[in-house]
Write a protein that binds this ligand. Structure first.
Ligand code: ZN
Length: 142
């Protein structure tokens, strides 16, 4: 199973620094994310979220910072952009003009995102006969 985890420092109600552990993964052919909060100082433990859908920006940023982005690129020219457009619209719920831009990026330099997002998109494209490759990039060290 494709999945990634990251930890985000977060302040607990008790005043101590606690940890949010966030995960993004593919489950039942959907892209899921979840978030658990735990504080060692007072023992608070909560499942904050678990479900399918696009992860919020702070979760994505933590995953990207921990693991680096990956790039998804079409394996070769495709006779029609329609299947790719359909997939991108299903996956991102983007309006058509934005979906066209995303497909344009897929054809040119590639789309960049978290590993789970790009593996998910790749699998969905594959179902419609569009082949794409995921390229792991070296995380930037700023
Ligand atoms: Zn606490």
């Amino acid at each position: 199973m494709t999945g990634q985890t990251a930890k985000i420092a977060s302040r607990c109600e008790c005043g101590s620094m606690a940890t949010r552990q966030v995960n993004q993964f593919i489950l039942h052919e959907e892209l899921w994310w979840d978030s658990e909060f735990s504080c060692d100082a007072c023992g608070t433990y909560m499942c904050e979220h678990a479900g399918p859908g696009r992860a919020p920006d702070d979760v994505r940023e933590a995953l990207l910072a921990a693991h680096g982005p990956v790039r998804l690129q079409l394996a070769g020219p495709i006779p029609s952009l329609v299947p790719a457009l359909k997939v991108v619209r299903e996956v991102s719920a983007a309006p058509l003009p934005q979906a066209r831009e995303l497909v344009g990026e897929l054809c040119r330099d590639g789309l960049v995102g978290t590993l789970s997002e790009m593996e998910f998109l790749k699998a969905r494209l594959q179902l419609r006969g569009v082949h794409a490759d995921v390229d792991r990039q070296i995380p930037r060290r700023d």
